[in-house]
Design a protein around this ligand. Structure first.
Ligand code: ATP
Length: 362
């Protein structure tokens, strides 16, 4: 029996509402498993915590996160709780930098065709992963860009060190997906190498990494064309990897393809640590009403089980990650426990209970 420590940040707004049923599902899976055990430590951080204590990310919480096997994080931030300089409280961004979580992993998978605004031809499936570099790129000068009376400047930074780690991660992920039957083993580098020297540099590093993975095919695409193809033929992608700002924009396009932020999971992964969280924010407009959609949070938890399974070569975790994802898919396909944002009437707990029931069907 292998034990894993999970740090849990319940966050702000709808955060606790979607995290609690997710942790309940994970606890039930762990209790039913004879070969792994998950232990959960709920730790404070976020805007509400800042309002109460003056600390947005207590160092003790960071210590728990650093020592954990994996980190589950719900949405954080509240529009009217800000630092004295007016900026938003966003520990979910701080943690990426503190723990070197350079790979923002955004699966774009249409679980239920009815939820997607696209018409998916027979025999085609939308199932690809967008990897967004998360520590540099055009976010390098985030919060410290220069603004003068008639001019403003931000800096785009691409480093060899981070790019090499990023591309290695992308090729490894394409290999894992192929092993798991999710993709053919193909990586697309998304850039703007025809216009910017920094992206030509990015592409050159990509090509060098590609040469180390002769078993995985690869190509390049400009970011503007990628936006077009994500709408016209998204089923052709497997793994795409790109710069921070391009990835920021394309990942919302990806969420749109899936049917909205409510079904879009994500992970921020580094060499030592990983955070799993939904793509959406804390939705303060619906907080406290019990109507938030828990599916993106639950799918992020499934990604966590899969990541732990790959990292620790643990078949039980891999199987349970796949089961949890399949259970959410079944609920979304049946369409009888959808939350309001997906056109249904189910509350948060009813939707999460439907996933728990679907898991028991196996
Ligand atoms: P952030 O900048 O922190 O990502 P945001 O301002 O872009 O946040 P969200 O908090 O994601 O916005 O909310 C955008 C809209 O989507 C809101 O109307 C919110 O109610 C809705 N929304 C977000 N997440 C969910 C969810 N899990 N269930 C239902 N509705 C949601």
């Amino acid at each position: 029996m292998q034990s894993f420590e999970i740090a849990v940040f319940e966050g702000d707004g709808i955060g606790p509402e979607i995290m609690r049923p997710t942790v309940s599902i994970l606890k039930a899976m762990s209790e039913a498993s004879s070969d792994y055990d998950l232990a959960f430590s709920v730790v404070p951080a976020g805007a509400a915590n800042y309002a109460q204590t003056g600390e947005s990310f207590p160092e003790q919480s960071m210590d728990v996160a650093r020592k954990a096997s994996a980190i589950l994080l719900s949405a954080m931030g509240l529009p009217d709780v800000r630092y004295p300089d007016g900026t938003e409280i966003s520990p979910q961004i701080d943690i990426r930098k503190r723990l070197d979580l350079f790979a923002g992993v955004r699966p774009v998978r249409v679980n239920a065709a009815a939820l997607s605004p696209l018409t998916i031809p027979d025999g085609k499936e939308i199932d690809f992963v967008l990897i967004r570099e998360s520590t540099e790129g055009l976010f390098y000068t985030q919060g410290c860009g220069e603004v003068e009376a008639n001019e403003a400047r931000e800096t785009l930074r691409i480093t060899r060190e981070v790019s090499e780690k990023l591309f290695r991660f992308a090729f490894d992920l394409a290999g894992q997906r192929r092993t798991q039957g999710s993709g053919p083993g193909h990586v697309t580098c998304v850039d703007k190498a025809n216009v910017f020297r920094a992206f030509a540099f990015f592409r050159e590093i990509f090509d060098a990494e590609a040469a180390r993975h002769p078993d995985i095919t690869n190509d390049h695409a400009y970011v503007d064309a990628t936006a077009l193809w994500m709408v016209q033929r998204p089923w052709d992608f497997d793994v795409m990897v790109t710069e921070n700002m391009f990835g920021d924009i394309l990942s919302d396009l990806g969420a749109g393809i899936m049917g909205g932020l409510g079904v879009a999971p994500s992970a921020d992964i580094g060499l030592e640590h990983a955070v799993f969280q939904p793509c959406h924010g804390s939705a303060p407009d619906i907080a406290g009403q019990g109507v938030a959609n828990p599916f993106a949070m639950i799918l992020s938890a499934a990604m966590m089980l899969n990541w732990l399974g790959v990292r620790h070569d643990h078949a039980g975790l891999l199987a349970d990650g796949a089961q949890l994802q399949a259970a959410v898919d079944r609920v979304l396909m049946r369409g009888n426990a959808l939350t309001r944002d997906l056109g249904g009437t189910a509350g948060t707990n009813e939707a999460a209970d439907a996933v728990a029931a679907a898991l028991r069907e196996k």
